[in-house]
Design a protein. Structure first.
Length: 489
């Protein structure tokens, strides 16, 4: 593949299912200019390769086994480089930042080139070229004056387009098929789609699918419009979208264990361990292992009560087949599961209008302070938690603010609502025992705008949808030990 620098070569190697090592030929490579910017991805049965002297070449290892968070994000831009691919969209832009933003918010864009106002051809000055390729990387890279190239910032969680996390049951999506792989469930299928070049949506066929040879197949799909050509109701099928547009990261790994399941693949090694967790750890520690099957049945165990652990791999990182067999336990390596701990501290800064139903509920006693969040459910009612009202049942002490991104924005001129009535669920006692819900009636109706309106709720007709993820929104610290008034929604 071609990459603009060494760091991106290593990123590509890290996310390739088989790449362990790489060699990169930089811009200064003189032996064969046509091979400049080439990134050679390499594998080895022994997990090492002999070192051969090659002046100007740079080699290194995949980061798969590192104990730090691994990200596919590349925010670098490359002046004087034209990253070539399919130019499917050409527009005028004032600067490369505008061009990169367009690429980030376009479903089909993986990289871009921007020609500045000083470009030699007047027809292409200040033009933004949105590009893609079959591999998601440039098809070649050339030196060219007065251009800037870079990648989409979708992997950096900076897309401002819709994050579609619903999985639709009994549904198939039609589109352009990219490839298909075997996966044990729709969630693994979705993760693979998220990291597979050009995959925008997928369809997964369950183990009950009518055609036996197609059971557990995950079809990765795309379209020129970014949405499925059609949605068709089919039993034992599930469909969904890539999560690349989402404003939070999802690790490129699968941590779940699958009982009574045998993952087929090329046998790397067989060892004996106590328990499927130990088997998964052995797979994680062995750099070429991609998935495993553990055999806890008596005939597969030795005198030390250690049972057979088969370490396996394939060319695409997915099982070559999935068989349901009693007593077998299967799973994947955890080597790409490293991620920062999820805490309320930090989180992701919101954009104005991103959560227009969120309000800050503040108590005014000797001073005024933020106490809880709430959600607009109608023009005069706010939904919140009952525990927020504990010992504060007097409506007169509450103040409600909408369209607030940063708490320090609030001043005496900020529009505010008072509370006329508070209704606590009659069965609420403590948060731990349930029924932790309350309503606040505003003293006057709220005018709805794009920045303040009721929460989006599914209609009663929306059934057969599995909701697997949720957003927690509110005001919290941007980092440890900062002042409360410097926090963001």
């Amino acid at each position: 593949v071609f990459t603009p620098n060494l760091d991106y070569c290593r990123i590509v190697c890290t996310y390739h299912p088989m790449c362990l090592l790489f060699t990169y030929l930089p811009a200064t490579w003189t032996k064969d200019p046509a091979k400049r910017f080439t990134c050679f991805l390499k594998d080895s049965d022994t997990e090492i390769l002999p070192k051969v002297g090659m002046a100007g070449a740079i080699s290194g290892h995949s980061l798969k086994q590192c104990n730090t968070q691994i990200r596919a994000c590349s925010m670098d831009v490359h002046t004087g480089l034209d990253m070539q691919g399919t130019n499917y969209n050409i527009t005028t832009a004032d600067n490369y930042q505008q061009c990169q933003k367009r690429c980030t918010n376009d479903d089909n864009c993986y990289f871009f080139t921007y020609a500045s106002g000083a470009f030699h051809s007047a027809d292409f000055r200040k033009k933004c070229f949105l590009k893609n390729s079959r591999t998601g990387t440039p098809t070649s890279i050339r030196l060219l004056n007065n251009v800037v190239s870079g990648f989409s910032l979708k992997p950096c969680q900076l897309s401002q387009t819709d994050c579609r996390m619903d999985i639709f049951q009994e549904t198939t999506f039609s589109g352009i098929d990219l490839t298909s792989v075997f996966t044990p469930d729709s969630f693994v299928c979705r993760t693979i789609c998220t990291y597979y070049p050009n995959c925008l949506f997928f369809t997964f066929l369950t183990r009950e699918w009518e055609v036996e040879t197609q059971r557990n197949l995950c079809f990765l799909k795309t379209s020129r419009t970014g949405v499925p050509h059609a949605r068709v109701e089919r039993e034992n099928a599930m469909s969904g979208f890539s999560l690349l547009n989402c404003r939070r990261s999802f690790p490129a790994c699968h941590s779940r264990i699958y009982m009574d399941t045998n993952f087929l693949g090329d046998e790397l090694n067989v060892t004996y361990v106590k328990g499927h967790k130990a088997c998964q750890q052995v797979c994680t520690d062995k750099v070429r292992c991609q998935f495993f099957t553990y055999f806890p049945l008596q005939e597969s165990c030795n005198k030390e009560s250690k049972c057979k652990c088969s370490l396996r791999m394939s060319s695409d990182g997915s099982p070559t087949g999935i068989v349901y067999e009693k007593g077998r336990i299967s799973g994947y390596t955890l080597r790409l599961c490293k991620r920062k701990a999820s805490t309320v501290v930090g989180g992701t800064d919101s954009l104005r209008g991103e959560w227009p139903w969120q309000v800050t509920l503040q108590v005014k006693l000797s001073t005024q302070r933020h106490l809880c969040g709430g959600s607009i459910i109608s023009n005069q009612w706010i939904l919140t938690a009952a525990h927020c009202i504990d010992n504060l049942e007097n409506p007169n002490i509450w103040r409600v603010y909408a369209d607030i991104l940063k708490l320090s924005e609030i001043n005496e001129d900020t529009p505010v609502f008072k509370v006329q009535e508070i209704i606590i669920h009659p069965q609420y006692v403590t948060a731990e025992t349930g029924y932790d819900i309350a309503l606040m009636k505003l003293d006057k109706p709220m005018n709805f705008t794009d920045l303040q309106h009721p929460i989006c709720l599914p209609s009663k007709e929306e059934t057969n949808i599995i909701y697997t993820n949720c957003w927690v929104i509110g005001w919290g610290y941007t980092k440890e030990q900062v002042v409360l008034w410097n926090v963001f929604l």
